[in-house]
Design a protein around this ligand. Structure first.
Ligand code: SF4
Length: 464
């Protein structure tokens, strides 16, 4: 602690006497200013300048601001996260570092390999995430090097022994989240990936591989389709279907190139070599509304958002064009300006609901019932294009009008047999229960009784 000194006022040893003397001088100064004639305090007249900036004494400081936007070169890149918007963005680089992102103004100029061009309306996109992506690129917590899970690496170093319950525990395959990661070089990362692919291809090739696949519950049709090539046991998924063409289809190219590995592993001629298998989002994990292709026979990339601009009615159900399609929201906002009616079907009064003409609040998970009611109305009133519906609608989930139960294939097609086997992988591997198996209608293995056949519906009553 500092000793208390009653004479010390500040750290520069200003004494009380000095302080009083200086205060007196300041007070005298203020008093003198008050006695000055007012004309000395009045704003001075400015000379008559047509361009004041030209006479500004020093404008060098403006360069400071201009230089903030100066860059050495720029390049275009595509932001392709899982939101599927694929915005084209311009990155501005100075001294080898991206300093800012900007708009890409050439959207109407670039074309695909066939010369097809996008509408200019696709231009001016991006959200704040894309505009600040360089902060992620240079973020202090970014992953700066390859890492590998230690247990997996030990398994690889031990030559990928076939996993028994004991070995699963040893290499921590059965205790997710408990292992640690280890930094490796890029060269080692490529090597370990290649070793892993080779191990799979080798283990599942030939008769030994076929036997193993059977033991693991693979359906006979799948094993047959592999034709003895272990590379066919490797499945890869590229990403968000057509929307991910630019960013994520590299995985499919890698998968196709695994035919080269098959040549190496099985020693087959390149004509007979088999690559891995490319699975789409639907086949892989049921992403992107599986019901869409069931009903329409198409994946849900069939509509160009540009078409929204010509809509008279937009119904948002299971879609949040405001918050989840950030950069595409302008399509429907433009329709609002053109008098389009917007309907939002959602339990909550969320962001899209605030923009709509009609908000239909439904209880969660009752959308299907609502739409079945709409379908019923359309059918009763014949508000449909019969030729179109016959060509493009599968409608596999039909409800019988006589007993209001789902129509089963076995009730329509004589001798129909379910392909879901009671001892297949769904039961043995994926844990399908007997009750679920029965509810899927699989207890009826093609034995069709007359009583189960749908009856002709009564006149004037519709079913769907
Ligand atoms: S909306 Fe944003 S995050 Fe999504 S692709 Fe565009 S810029 Fe990237």
């Amino acid at each position: 602690m500092q000793p208390c000194n009653h004479l010390t006022m500040t750290s520069d040893n200003l004494s009380r006497r000095d302080f009083i003397r200086r205060s007196g001088l300041v007070g005298a100064g203020i008093a003198a200013a008050q006695m000055l004639p007012l004309r000395f305090l009045r704003a001075q007249d400015l000379p008559d300048l047509s361009n004041p900036l030209a006479h500004y004494p020093n404008r060098d400081w403006e360069k400071l601001y201009r230089n903030q936007y100066a860059y050495d070169h720029a390049f275009a890149w595509v932001c392709a996260p899982n939101d599927t918007h694929n915005c084209r963005i311009t990155a501005h680089v100075r001294n080898g570092v991206i300093i800012r992102m900007g708009e890409a103004y050439d959207v109407g100029n670039y074309a695909d390999l066939y010369g097809n061009k996008a509408s200019w309306n696709w231009g001016n996109r991006h959200c704040a995430k894309g505009y600040t992506f360089h902060r992620v690129v240079y973020g202090p917590y970014r992953l700066k090097h390859p890492i590998v899970r230690r247990g997996w690496k030990r398994w690889a170093d031990d030559g990928f022994p076939q996993l028994t319950p004991e070995l699963k525990a040893k290499y921590k395959f059965d205790s997710r989240g408990t292992d640690t990661f280890e930094r490796i070089s890029w060269g080692d990362a490529f090597l370990y990936i290649a070793k892993g692919l080779r191990a799979v291809a080798t283990r599942y090739s030939g008769e030994a591989g076929t036997r193993l696949l059977k033991e693991q519950g693979y359906a006979p049709e799948m094993i047959e389709a592999m034709e003895g090539a272990g590379t066919r046991a490797i499945k890869m998924r590229g990403g968000m279907g057509l929307l991910g063409v630019m960013g994520k289809y590299g995985m499919y190219r890698l998968c196709n190139s695994l035919a080269l590995l098959d040549v190496h592993v099985r020693g087959v001629d390149h004509e007979k070599a088999k690559a891995g298998r490319n699975w789409s989002n639907y086949t892989w994990h049921g992403d992107q509304a599986p019901g869409q292709p069931w009903v329409h026979g198409l994946q849900n990339s069939e509509c160009d958002f540009n078409d929204l601009r010509f809509s008279k009615l937009i119904v948002m159900n299971g879609k949040n064009l405001v918050e989840n399609k950030i950069t595409d929201a302008h399509w429907f906002i433009e329709t609002m300006e053109r008098g389009c009616k917007i309907v939002v079907i959602a339990p909550e009064y969320g962001a899209p609901s605030t923009k709509c003409d009609y908000w239909i609040p439904v209880r969660p998970s009752t959308d299907a019932a609502l739409w079945l009611g709409v379908t019923r109305l359309m059918m009763d009133n014949k508000w449909y294009d019969e030729a179109f519906v016959k060509s493009f609608t599968d409608f596999p989930l039909l409800i019988r009008s006589d007993n209001l139960k789902r129509l089963r294939a076995a009730e329509v097609f004589p001798n129909y047999k379910s392909t879901l086997a009671a001892d297949g992988p769904s039961m043995k591997v994926q844990g399908l229960t007997d009750e679920q198996f029965r509810r899927l209608g699989c207890e009826n293995k093609g034995t069709e009784s007359d009583s189960s056949r749908p009856r002709r519906r009564e006149a004037g009553r519709s079913g769907h």
